[in-house]
Write a protein that binds this ligand. Sequence first.
Ligand SMILES: [Mg+2]
Ligand SMILES: [Zn+2]
Length: 197
Amino acid sequence: MGTGKPGRHRAVFLDRDGVINRNVVNPATGECESPLAVDDFEFAPGAFDAMRELQVAGFLLFLVSNQPNYAKGKSSLEVLGSIHEKFLAGLAEEGIGFAAFYYCFHHSQGKVAGYSGPCECRKPSPHFLFRASDEFDVDLDRSWMVGDRSTDVECGKAAGTKTIFIHAGQTATEIAAQPDGTAPHLSAAVRLILNSE
Ligand SMILES: [Mg+2]
Ligand SMILES: [Zn+2]
């Protein structure tokens, strides 16, 4: 937990799927889901420039991503790891640096031993934001959480950050968590953040 002292760094905590990369439509259910195969992982248009602008403005970047598909028996850790490697390669090619990548691989209703049941890190838990605050001296009050689920907004609020909800494709109920701002994609979210300075 935080020390109560204001941190020195400002940060933007980014959800991954639906923010940095596109969600993928599952033909079986019609639902927009996290990529389940390496080929499904594609950076969203404008995402590199948006992340670079945050970096240039002095924000530390953190990834905070729930990845319950292994716990649910829908993916392997190897495939999820390969998707992460593709993500890292794209960032490296574009010269974008993250301070840390935080993944929760658990799910309360999962069926894989060791990954199922309650955990302390799954969003909306602010666990990883507090950890970043401690480890990287982040001032959460002057930081932002950006995501495309109400749980992302709840997570940011629980940690004391400002929040932006990416609303592409969501229904009004997803906005019920009352974010500080809403945007159709990451580029627009970054404009809101930089304009609020
Ligand atoms: Mg998402
Ligand atoms: Zn977890």
